[in-house]
Design a protein around this ligand. Sequence first.
Ligand SMILES: Cc1cc2nc3c(=O)[nH]c(=O)nc-3n(C[C@H](O)[C@H](O)[C@H](O)COP(=O)(O)O)c2cc1C
Ligand code: SF4
Length: 522
Amino acid sequence: MTVALIILGAIVAALLAVTIYDVTQKRHAVLRNFPIVGHLRYILESFGPELRQYIVTANDAERPFSRDQRSWVYASAKVENNLSAFGTDNDLESTPGHILIRHSAWVVQEPAHAIPAPGDQPQAGVGPDYVLPPACVIGRLHGRPGAFRPSSLVNVSALSYGALGESALEALNLGARRAGCMQNTGEGGLATAHTHGADIVFQIGTGYFGCRDADGNFSMDRLLETISRAPVRMIEIKLSQGAKPGHGGILPAAKVTPDVARHRGVQPWVDSITPARHSAFHDVPSMIAFIERIAEQTGLPVGIKSAVGQMDFWDDLARAMAADRSAGPDFVTIDGGEGGTGAAPFTFADHVSLPFRTGFVQVRDVFAAHSMDRDVPFIGSARLGFPAQALVALALGCDMVNVGREAMLAIGCIQAQRCHTGKCPTGVATTNPRLTRGLVPSDKGPRLGNYIVTMRHELLELARTVGVVHPALVPADVIELVDDRAGSRPLTEVYGTDRLVGRPPERDVREIVAIMSGMPIS
Ligand SMILES: Cc1cc2nc3c(=O)[nH]c(=O)nc-3n(C[C@H](O)[C@H](O)[C@H](O)COP(=O)(O)O)c2cc1C
Ligand code: SF4
C-alpha cells in the first residue's frame, strides 16, 4: 500500500513538474496552452514519417499547404535545416501543374559582401538579411508625396485584428520589423500590436474599422487620427478577398473583446458585421474620387485589393486610368480564390472568384489592352509564400507578393483549421486570453523574420540560377508547368503571355539592376 502511494506520489509530482515547465516555457504555444497532453503532438510528430510510410497522406497531398511546404516554413522560421535529402519525392513527369525552372549555364554568383560604413543601408541581395526591394516605386505614377520603394518584395498580407489575436499580430509586427518588410493591418483597424516598429499598410475594408463614424460611415478625421499612430507607408482599400468575395463577414460576439471593439469603433461582445460592399463609393469614377481624396489628405500611395470575378470592373478601371493618368489606385493587389480567411461559407471559399494565376493574367491583359500594365504595380497573394510559386507570380507580371497563412505558419499555426471557432490551439487565430497567452511574441516574432529572409534568399537564388540579378527579371518562358501528357509547357504558352511580360519598364529595370549591384540610381 505504502509502495503504491509512493509511486502514485512520484507520478503526480512528475506530472506537476512537467505542467509547471510546460506553462512557463515560451517556445511552444501548444504546450503553454495544453500542458502534458500537448506532448502527444510532438511525440506523434517525431515518428510521423515512419507512420506515414504505411498509412495516412503523402508529403504533397494536404491542402491548403502540404506537409512539405509547412515543414519548409517551420524549418526556415527556426533557422533549422530546411534542405531535403535523397532527391525529390515528386513525380516530375506526371504531376500536372508542377513548376519546373530552366536554369542557365551561366548562373549569376552572389556578390561579395561590401564592408558597410557606419550608417550605410544594408547591401541589397546579400546575406544575412537578403534585402530584396521590388523593381517598382509605389506612388510614382501619380506623384504622391509619400511615394517609395519598399525594401522587401515579400510582405505580410492583410490579417485582421479580431480574426488574429493581439499576441499573433505583435509577433508579426516584430518579425516584419526584423526582416524590414511591411505588415498589412487587414480590415480590423490598427491595434496596439501594430505599433512595435514595422512599416504598416493600413487596410480600409467595407466596415471602415478604425476610420468610421458612429453610424459606420467612412470618416476622414478618424482615418488621419488612426494612421498617425504608426509608420503607415501606404493605404489599401479592400474591395474583396479571394476566400469570400462579395460576402462581407461576421466577427462573432465572443471574439469582440473590449480592445477589439475599441480599435474597430464598435460595441464589445456584439457581433461585428462587415458589409458586403462599400458605402463610400459605388462605381469606378466614385472609387477613383475616393482614392484621390485619401491620397490628397494623407500624401500616401493608395491602392486596392480585390479577387477577380467579372471583368467589366477591370476594363472600366484600366480605361479610366488610361484616360486620366494622374488619378487612380497606386497599386493593385490581386488575391486568388485559393486565398485564406478567418471564416467563410464553404461554397464561397470553394467556388467564388478565379484562382490567382488565371485571375491575375486576365486583369494584367485588360490593363495591357489599355497600355497601363507596365505602370501600375501589381501585388499577388494566395499560396505564394514559397520561392517557386512566388517566382511564377513575378514572371507573370507581379511586382511583389504578400504572404498571409504562411506568415501564420511561421509564428506557430499548425493548420488545425479551427480559426473560425475562436479555439485556435496555438493562440494565433483567437482573442481568447487563455489561448493567446501561449504565443509569446518575443519568441515567435523572430521566426517570421527568419522565414521572410529565407523567402527572399531563395527567390534570389532562383533568379541567379536563371542567370539574372533580380527575380523581376526572370522571363516567363524559362518557367514551365508539367502537363497531363508527360510533358511541360512554358508559362508563355499556358497563359498566352509574352516571354518578357514579367520584365518591368525600362527605367525600373535600370534602377533595380543598379540597386542589386550596389550602385547609385542614375
Ligand atoms: C485569419 C485570416 C484573416 C484574414 N483577414 C483579412 C483581412 O482582414 N483583409 C484582407 O484583405 N484579407 C484577409 N485575409 C486574406 C489574406 O490577406 C490573403 O489575401 C489570403 O489568405 C491569401 O494569401 P495566403 O495564401 O498567403 O494566405 C485573411 C486571411 C486569414 C487566413
Ligand atoms: S486554428 Fe489552426 S489553422 Fe487556424 S490559426 Fe490556429 S492553428 Fe492555424
